[in-house]
Design a protein around this ligand. Structure first.
Ligand code: 3H9
Length: 699
């Protein structure tokens, strides 16, 4: 049996794409689809065709695994198959359920009419893979829904519900009941009426509206310039849609194909594809198989109503899980709940949440000062101060109060989970859940595995991360875990760069231009210089004394400049503004520190700044892998993308390292180590990869 099967229903041929799990349009599917279409067209007893998907969905699009590989001889490309569908002499109707994404939607756009099941999701997410739709999507979609709606849909790359697709004009009818039966009935009517095929490529009205109006595209490019900076695919989508308006259909298709071919071979697309698979791979823990039993989590409790605790509580309320927040006294509790309320209210004010939904969510968050109220919670997350004796006391109390099944986790960003777990009689039910600030926004949760954490607990917490909209990454215990440990390596070098001649705004600009949302100094001002100071104080007892760090940040702390919250930190800030303004006082301080250290300040180039920030961080990542604290290099990449906004189009620090080349990074680290010593010793794993000509992706 081929990957596409045909069933005759009266005079209608129903073709089903059958390639689980997502009906990806690999070589076998394309060959089979082309053959079945031809057979139906050749069959005099067939009046019209319906194309649908077997199983869960219509189609998830082109087979991403095939990108970059040679097309087998004799197999048609997807654009060829779609051209054959569009050119068919008999009406072809797409019957869409589940998902029609990318090439899947493009097949349906090549069909002459589209029916969709209620709640199906449709879209062209190619941009998220660093490419543009390459099988006519940028040419046909604007012909159906107009240029502006097509720009929005293709550049954002989101899937939209079939109801919206219907309102826009992508879908002709929403099926009432049985999708395929409805599509067959629709087709029968066309045949009975002798209606000729309506070919999308021949529709002109909607694109004619935008012809001779380059300002539409210019405005769109400007609107996305900041958000999409450095990332080629969104701009290429706009170019290709503009060509749809200005070129004849066939030329527009050829132009789209050319752009697609260029982008699919680019490093940016390789990086985006790496992230696509990495996002799915992080959920897979080699020694915790998929069928590991999990516990239902139907209620939660958070210890601490501070910024972190409140943000974590919102994640539960957002998905309908009741959550109790515990504070030491009524005042602290009310203050915390008020912050949560304000958070929601600001989302309501922006029109992204209804008042009704806000009320429902707030209704799911209960406050209490009594530990007795968490006794029945399925999970308790401790989000108190970073203080080991305090955490131990809390865990002991929770252990005594909570039912035997309750999982207890800590949101600590650096403390030893095993030591905390030892304070309880249930270490198998204890682990870390390290959320990133702001916890209701940032998608990352580093789930920290303790020596005695059971597999069931790990499986439950990993599933829970997903259920509350987070990307959970399993890590091991070390100072700062994975994300912050690498962050320290990077910010430390950023400090030395200042001592040697750079200024904060120069370092920040290099990092921003590289694609992170902000550089280390703007970030320190946002997070709070006092917060960084506390972390350094906590690390001080274990810091090997020969490893110095720049103390400029500490001096800024001593000047009571805590960052944005005091309108002064590494930068100064106008009242009510978050825009950093370089401050001569800080420059004076930095120059004086260089003098004190006897360092003759020099001009430092942008490339050196980038290497000194990125390579030590990658080097630390290599050590983390050696120590087994991250499962795979891709886990580190996901941590940096979701926790720190590392640009997806660079694939995360370890994927980026492979693009640069382990040998190049090793050479640079060795040179830096010779020149600067201290923190820059190359990791043995980096050396090994460099010598073997391999990358982190080969591990
Ligand atoms: C394209 O179409 C280009 C064209 O314009 C031009 C061509 C010339 N290929 O996500 P799930 C795997 S580009 C290969 O857990 P869900 C996935 O890795 C494509 N594999 O399911 C996973 O594997 P594993 C444009 C794919 O139900 C398994 O299938 N399309 C593909 O939660 C299950 O996936 C897209 O960008 C694929 N296209 O979500 C859509 N898709 O089990 C990409 C999935 O080994 N796909 N796999 O980990 C998705 O967004 C989601 O998979 C989808 C289903 C929404 C479809």
């Amino acid at each position: 049996m081929g990957a596409v099967t045909t069933e005759k229903r009266g005079n209608i041929a129903v073709l089903s794409i059958d390639n689980p799990p997502v009906n990806a349009l690999g070589a076998a599917v394309r060959s089979s689809l082309a053959e079945e279409i031809q057979a139906a067209l050749d069959d005099a007893a067939t009046g019209a065709l319906v194309i649908t998907g077997a199983g869960r969905m219509f189609s998830g699009g082109a087979d991403i695994q095939e990108f970059g590989k040679e097309r087998p001889a004799g197999v048609p490309s997807l654009p060829e198959v779609i051209t054959a569908i569009e050119g068919a002499s008999k009406p072809v109707i797409a019957a869409i359920h589940g998902v029609a994404a990318g090439g899947g939607l493009e097949i349906s756009l090549g069909c002459h009419w589209r029916l969709a099941a209620p709640g199906a999701r449709l879209g062209l997410p190619e941009v998220t893979l660093g490419i543009i739709p390459g099988a006519g999507g940028t040419q046909r979609l604007p012909r159906l829904i107009g240029v502006e709606a097509a720009l929005e849909a293709i550049v954002a790359g989101n899937l939209m519900p079939s109801e919206k697709a219907h309102a826009l004009g992508i879908v002709d009818e929403i099926s009432g009941n049985d999708l395929v039966a409805d599509a067959v009935a629709f087709a029968e009517k066309l045949v009975a009426a002798g209606t000729p095929p309506r070919r999308t490529g021949e529709l002109e009205d909607r694109i004619a509206e935008a012809r001779g109006k380059p300002e539409i595209f210019e405005k769109f490019r400007q609107g996305m310039a900041r958000r999409a900076r450095g990332f080629e695919a969104p701009f290429a989508c706009v170019d290709s849609i503009e060509a749809a308006v200005n070129l004849p259909f066939a030329e527009g298709l050829a132009n789209e194909r050319e752009i697609f071919a260029r982008l699919v071979a680019s490093d940016q697309s390789k990086a985006q594809r790496h992230v696509f698979f990495a996002e799915r791979e992080v959920a897979k823990i080699p020694d915790v198989p998929k069928d590991t039993p999990t516990q239902p989590i139907e209620s939660a409790a958070i210890i601490g109503a501070g910024t972190m605790g409140g943000g974590i509580a919102m994640n539960f309320a957002n998905v309908g899980i009741p959550v109790t927040v515990i504070e030491v006294d009524a005042d602290a509790l009310e203050k915390g709940l008020e912050v949560t309320r304000k958070n929601y209210a600001s989302t309501v004010a922006k029109g992204r949440l209804s008042q009704d939904d806000m009320d429902k969510r707030m209704g799911l968050i209960a406050g209490s000062t009594d530990y007795g109220d968490v006794a029945d919670a399925d999970i308790v997350i401790e989000a108190a101060f970073e203080d080991m004796p305090l955490k131990k006391e809390i865990f002991q109390r929770l252990d005594q109060t909570c039912k035997a099944e309750t999982i207890i986790t800590s949101n600590t960003s650096s403390l030893d989970i095993d030591e905390i777990a030892a304070a309880t009689g249930r270490p198998e039910k204890v682990m870390g859940t390290h959320f990133f600030s702001p916890a209701n926004v940032m998608r990352l949760a580093e789930n920290v595995r303790g020596a005695e954490t059971s597999k069931d607990t790990i499986a439950t917490v990993m599933d829970l991360s997903k259920a509350i909209g987070k990307v959970g990454v399993l890590v091991g215990i070390c100072d700062g875990f994975v994300g912050n440990r690498m962050l320290y390596a990077y910010t430390r070098q950023a400090g030395f760069l200042l001592e040697e001649g750079a200024l904060p705004e120069q370092v920040d600009k290099v990092i921003y231009d590289f694609g992170l949302p902000m550089g280390p100094y703007a970030m320190a001002d946002l997070a709070g210089i006092d917060v960084g100071w506390r972390v350094r104080q906590a690390q001080e007892p274990t810091r090997p004394k020969h490893l110095r760090y720049s103390d400029i940040a500490d001096r800024i702390y001593e000047m009571d400049r805590y960052g944005q919250k005091t309108q002064a930190g590494w930068y100064r800030y106008e009242k009510g503004s978050r825009a950093p303004i370089p401050d001569p006082e800080i420059e004076k301080l930095i120059v004086s520190v260089s003098e004190e250290l006897g360092i003759e300040r020099r001009a430092i180039g942008d490339q050196e700044i980038l290497e000194r920030c990125m390579y030590p961080m990658i080097n630390e990542g290599a050590k983390i892998l050696e120590e087994g604290l991250a499962l795979r290099a891709l886990d580190i990449d996901i941590i940096w993308i979701y926790g720190f906004g590392f640009p997806r189009y660079r694939g995360g620090p370890m994927f980026y390292a492979d693009l640069v080349g382990a040998d190049k990074i090793y050479d640079a680290m060795s040179r830096l180590y010779d020149e600067h010593g201290e923190w820059l010793k190359p990791a043995p794993l980096l050396e090994k990869l460099a010598k073997e000509g391999k990358g982190f992706g080969d591990l």
